[in-house]
Ligand binder design. Structure first.
Ligand code: UDP
Length: 359
């Protein structure tokens, strides 16, 4: 960190799919909060713009009313770009347009067409942090266009996520990070497993429940119930599996349960862009058993901080569980402390922002 480093004025524009703190935004909510914390700690000034009803305890927040955006992962790849009347997405970007003169850089956290489309119409540069892999033809097209016109302004969380967009231009791979001090290390777990995430088909919860049934190890499920009929189907299909749904918990409550688990299972069907829950588990000293697909394959060191399993292979997950004693939980915690700390996160994002601003 150079002493001569310039303090930046940053405007963070949140996801329009839900208020911060609702869980509807998935990992983006924690990601935005953590990057903001890291930037403020480094002396940068910042304002967050998010839908009304957002909760943010420690950082300046402007709440914008309007109707929420429907999530990209619940739509067809060829779906048209749509917005509801009185769209919160449009309202947030209208606000950003009005106040842009007070900031050096605007950071877009929405996985939506509009902010990319608006980029050339803004006077201030916009950094786009892309939170999912390719899901929509229209969005792919506009991201490629922005990447061409505004080099270096596109950021991803993992290389495999970035590969789904197949950009010709330079992009930034930023990984992610957390405040490790909020997660307590636990050396002696109980005989139980964790599954943490939005309950939605792309997250593949049913495979983790199948593992609980096969091994008879209780599975603690935590996360936003996003798709009720999907959840009911799982309950119907696995009446005898030892699983328990604990709800959508705060970070503090979630890590209390997570840390007492022998492992976190990640059974996603899609190319997970990153997988915040993987680094949260590691911070508690909990090994991650994940399908070798997307971000988790770049987070987990196979055989050291967990196991990477052939995707969609339940027997592979069960086999990995039988080898959990080979994993040193201190090594998991150390990996979170060195690679995924708020400091490391701040270094990467500050470098990205500075490059966009040519500082
Ligand atoms: N989460 C939470 N409480 C819960 C379960 C999950 O706060 O009970 C948060 C978790 O901390 C993580 C997010 O939900 O930040 C899930 O993000 P992830 O990147 O794993 O997946 P995404 O939802 O973005 O696909």
């Amino acid at each position: 960190m150079s002493a001569a480093r310039k303090s930046m004025k940053l405007l963070f524009v949140s996801t329009p799919v839900g208020p911060l703190g609702s869980g509807l935004g998935g990992g983006v909510e924690l990601t935005l909060h953590n990057i903001a914390q890291a930037m403020v700690r480094r002396g940068h000034q910042l304002q967050i713009v998010a839908p009304s009803g957002s909760i943010e305890d420690s950082l300046p927040l402007v709440q914008i009313p309007g109707n929420l955006q429907i999530t990209a992962q619940s739509q067809e790849r060829t779906a048209s770009v749509t917005m509801p009347e009185n769209s919160v997405l449009a309202n947030m970007w209208d606000y950003a347009r009005q106040v842009q003169g007070e900031f050096d850089l605007i950071v877009n956290f929405a996985y939506d067409w509009l902010p990319f489309y608006l980029t050339p119409f803004f006077q201030r540069p916009i950094a786009h942090l892309v939170s999912m892999g390719s899901l929509s033809d229209a969005l792919d097209q506009i991201i490629r266009q922005v990447a061409k016109q505004f080099p270096r302004t596109i950021g991803f969380h993992s290389l495999e996520q970035a590969a789904t967009l197949a950009l010709d231009q330079q992009f930034f791979c930023l990984s992610n990070g957390i405040d490790v001090s909020l997660y307590e290390f636990c050396a002696q777990p109980k005989q139980q497993l964790a599954w943490v995430g939005r309950i939605s088909p792309e997250k593949g919860l049913e495979d983790a429940v199948a593992v609980a049934e096969k091994t008879n190890i209780p599975l603690k499920i935590m996360g936003k119930l996003q798709d009720e009929s999907y959840w009911q189907q799982i309950c119907q299909d696995y009446p005898n599996a030892p699983f328990e749904y604990l709800g959508f918990l705060s970070t503090s409550q979630m890590q209390q349960v997570m840390r007492e688990c022998r492992a976190l299972l990640m059974t996603h069907r899609w190319v997970e862009a990153f997988g915040n829950v993987a680094i949260e588990a590691l911070a508690c000293g909990v090994p991650v058993i994940s399908y070798r697909r997307g971000g988790p394959a770049e987070i987990v060191k196979d055989g050291k901080t967990g196991f990477l399993v052939e995707p969609d292979n339940i027997a592979g997950l069960v086999h990995a569980i039988s080898h959990l004693d080979e994993i040193n939980r201190q090594t998991c915690r150390a990996s979170a402390e060195t690679e995924f700390s708020l400091e490391a996160l701040g270094d990467r994002f500050e470098r990205w922002f500075m490059q966009i601003l040519d500082c």
